[in-house]
Design a protein around this ligand. Structure first.
Ligand code: NAD
Length: 338
């Protein structure tokens, strides 16, 4: 099948989406990337500063739930692929206000699927990639791994909305033959991550000598992957993944939250007295761990950045980009590009 030339990327001003857009623009300069993002609090055009003026990237401010807008983009640009990152992504926010998670994550996905189905009738090679999460599988005990065949058992409103979206992606493949693949990745970290998420929050607080809030006993386990490795995995699934398939993406990098926080304090030379245990998150999943063998065996993907290297790079990035961080923290990032 022919390689895609025009890709509709949604959520490309967020953390992973912007890393993916930067990856694609530099690796495939002959592609056109249409980047649709509504710029919620999580969207930040500063992330795309380095490709400003690059003609292979078109930014469109808009909502993936807006069917007229989405269909208009299909008519205008005739994309041969969609990569859907757009989502409400923060579990804590989904506990406080689930509604917008259903709107963006479920209805938004269905809007994109419909547009793809209607515009790709005579283009069976056109690919729809849903960027999902290992959180749809629920929580693991001390042992075992999430397989692609693990039953979905989401525990938070966030993961329930992502699982629901995955079901619609599956249904559009089964019912309409849409050429879809789903990636389910573990926790990402790296440049441009909004400082509400564990790693950038802890770096940011430590830099200001503020306390580092740790949920519960700090022993929840996440399987961390450097964001660039996730972007490479999506690139490979986009080009070589099979229709109707799910791919688990993970780095075999299981760490407890408290381990991560100690590494950050160590690297920054800050005291562990900054650590403050706080009441646990409601429904807090104990452990996530991915079996990534399918990505390795079928698509020859493996992580390239080990955790010790990735976390050092990430800390360095936040140290070198304190203007980015401060503009996020004081809200200036929403007023216009740097
Ligand atoms: P993020 O919150 O940093 O970015 C989300 C982006 O989507 C933002 O730019 C936001 O403005 C945009 N957006 C939100 N609602 C929109 C709407 N209705 N229309 C258009 N744009 C909208 O999220 P992220 O961490 O980069 O995650 C991206 C995707 O990857 C999500 O689908 C998430 O579920 C998935 N994922 C994330 C992780 C992780 O560790 N961060 C792991 C696995 C999967």
């Amino acid at each position: 099948s022919e390689a895609p030339k025009t890709i509709l990327v949604t959520g490309g001003a967020g953390f992973i989406g912007s890393n993916f857009v930067l990856h694609m623009v530099s690796k495939y300069p002959h592609y056109k990337i249409i980047n649709l993002d509504s710029l919620t609090y999580a969207g930040n055009l500063d992330n795309l500063k380095s490709i400003e003026g690059n003609e292979s990237h078109v930014f469109v401010k808009g909502d993936i739930c807006d069917a007229q807008l989405v269909n208009g983009l299909f008519d205008e640009y005739q994309p041969d692929a969609v990569v859907n990152f757009a989502a409400e992504s923060h579990v804590d926010r989904s506990i406080v206000n689930p509604q917008v998670f259903l709107e963006t994550n479920i209805l938004g996905t269905q809007t994109l699927l419909d547009a793809a189905k209607n515009h790709w009738v005579s283009n069976p090679d056109a690919r729809y990639i849903q960027v999902s999460t290992d959180e749809v599988y629920g929580s693991l005990g001390e042992t075992g791994y999430f397989e692609e065949t693990t039953p979905l058992a989401p525990n938070s409103p966030y993961s329930a909305s992502k699982a629901s979206a995955d079901m619609f992606v599956r249904a559009y493949h089964e019912t309409f033959g849409l050429n879809t693949s789903i990636t389910r990745c573990s926790n990402n970290y790296g440049p441009y991550q909004f400082p509400e998420k564990l790693i950038p929050l802890m770096i940011s607080n430590a830099l200001e000598d503020k306390t580092l809030p740790v949920y519960g006993d700090g022993l929840n386990v996440r399987d961390w992957l450097y964001v660039e490795d996730h972007c490479i995995a999506i690139d490979i699934v986009l080009h070589s993944g099979k229709a109707g398939e799910v791919y688990n993406v993970g780095g075999h990098n299981e760490k407890t939250n408290i381990d991560i926080i100690k590494i950050i304090l160590d690297e920054l030379g800050k005291p562990s007295t900054l650590i403050q245990y706080v009441e646990d998150r409601l429904g807090h999943d104990k452990r996530y761990a991915i079996n990534p063998n399918k990505m390795k065996d079928e698509l020859n993907w493996e992580p390239t950045v080990m955790f010790e290297e990735g976390i050092r790079r990430t800390i360095r990035w936040y140290l070198d980009n304190q203007i980015w961080l401060n503009r996020v923290k004081n809200g200036e990032y929403q007023l216009g590009v740097l």
